[in-house]
Design a protein around this ligand. Structure first.
Ligand code: ADP
Ligand code: MG
Length: 166
């Protein structure tokens, strides 16, 4: 599918590839600023998934770019942190338990690990959604610093669970 020609999508494809190139070249020259946010909307069959597949292929050709990919699903939209887990589990699975704890360090690990599917919540742990969000932000920051440049791709965002969207 990804090699089939996409008609009338040159502008969107070009924009995405340019943003990727800017991100990777910026990182190589030591820039640590924010990257780009690209959002595609359109009815079914208009080529959104195909466009994202293109972008993943382009990112795979960039030797130092880490791609985190996730896709919303109609059946999973009520599963808390489903999107977050899909995004991060592959990159976390490559690390040892100690490596994961080191990435998240201390209280961030305790807060983020249940959301990431790495641990069950500690008995009696306080419900702290803001703390979980902050801890997940810390994971993204750490990954961007250590394994960046970082490209996060989420397909079918309209089916994302509320916790991941937050
Ligand atoms: N602009 C396009 N040019 C060529 N084929 C297209 C285009 N848009 C969609 N398609 C084809 O239509 C099908 C559905 O595309 P897809 O990327 O899954 O759409 P969406 O994710 O927007 O629902 C795929 O087989 C894809 O190759
Ligand atoms: Mg699609």
């Amino acid at each position: 599918m990804t090699d089939r020609e996409l008609y009338e999508r040159d502008e969107a494809t070009g924009q995405a590839e340019q943003a990727l190139q800017d991100l990777c070249e910026g990182a190589r020259s030591g820039l640590t600023g924010l990257g780009s946010l690209l959002l595609y909307s359109g009815s079914a069959g208009q080529g959104k998934t195909s466009l994202l597949a293109r972008l993943r292929q382009a990112a795979a050709r960039e030797r130092d770019c880490t791609v985190l990919y996730s896709r919303g699903g109609e059946q999973q939209r009520n599963v808390p942190f489903n999107i977050v887990r899909q995004l991060f589990q592959p990159v976390l699975a490559k690390r040892s338990t100690e490596g994961r704890q080191e990435l998240l360090d201390g209280s961030n690990y305790d807060l983020a690990a249940p959301a990431l599917g790495l641990a069950v919540p500690a008995p009696g742990a306080a419900n702290d959604p803001q703390g979980v969000q902050d801890a997940l932000n810390w994971v993204v920051t750490q990954l961007a610093v250590r394994e960046g440049p970082l490209l996060l791709i989420i397909d079918d965002l309209h089916w994302a669970d509320a916790e991941s969207l937050a």
